[in-house]
Design a protein around this ligand. Structure first.
Ligand code: PMT
Length: 222
């Protein structure tokens, strides 16, 4: 029974896949549908939190009564997250962020003529910035989508980015992860790795919030 166990929390959720334009009609994007992030926003709100949903383009209807900030690029998502961060008591970064953008965007539609080489540069690392800028007590939970050695890469991301936890998805598995209604994950902290078996994204959202709340409790001495 989760009745109002997030009352008083302000949960900032990012969702969807950011897009980086190559020319006026094309972009670099990814397969994120936004379902995982929207499920988290919905569940957090149902459990009494005030929710700020910062979303890249999706085909979904946002949960009613949550504040929605629509963005397209990684830079816009970064600016929105940083500007709302002071209000947040919990940040959950379910968005799949474009890691690269074109060094210069073409003014006109690129013409097809032979091989094309694109020059890309890395985008801002929002999760790392949020972890360093947050005020004491704000929980920061990242996601990681991995296709190989997922525990090693997940642990590395947890430490490198300074998050309190990483929700690790093995996106090489059929039927879960990107665009699916179902997902499975490992909830990784510095001390623990909790397996969350395959279930609907709605149920997984509640399990992730359960684990997030548990992080607020003082650790028992072993
Ligand atoms: O949207 P769905 O279709 O429901 O799919 C859900 C999902 C698989 C997209 C989601 O559960 C997920 O795994 N999201 C994270 C995908 C991702 O970008 O992983 P990553 O390993 O590249 O990034 C790790 C973390 O850093 C993420 O929290 C990401 O938001 C953040 N990041 C990444 C790059 C960047 N430049 N800035 C960031 O903040």
């Amino acid at each position: 029974n989760h009745t109002n166990d997030l009352a008083g929390e302000v949960v900032l959720v990012t969702a969807g896949g950011t897009r980086e334009a190559l020319d006026p009609v094309r972009y670099i994007g990814n397969r994120s549908s936004g379902k995982m992030g929207y499920a988290l926003a919905y569940a957090a709100q149902r459990r009494g939190a005030r929710v700020i949903l910062i979303t890249a383009p999706t085909a979904l209807h946002p949960p009613p009564n949550c504040e929605v900030v629509s963005v397209v690029t990684t830079g816009q998502m970064r600016d929105a997250v940083v500007s709302r961060l002071p209000e947040a008591t919990m940040v959950i970064k379910a968005a799949a962020v474009a890691d690269y953008r074109a060094i210069s965007m073409a003014d006109q539609k690129l013409k097809r003529s032979g091989p094309l080489t694109l020059q890309l540069e890395p985008t801002a690392d929002i999760l790392a910035e949020v972890a360093s800028l947050r005020k004491p007590g704000t929980l920061v939970i990242g996601f990681a989508a991995e296709t190989e050695d997922h525990l090693t890469h997940g642990r590395d991301k947890l430490l490198r980015k300074g998050a309190d936890a990483i929700v690790l998805n093995d996106v090489s598995r059929e039927g879960i992860g990107f665009d699916s209604d179902r997902n499975a994950a490992t909830f990784l902290t510095k001390q623990t790795a909790i397996e969350l078996p395959e279930m609907s994204k709605r149920d997984l959202a509640d399990r992730i919030l359960d684990e997030a709340i548990a992080l607020r409790r003082p650790q028992s001495v072993i």
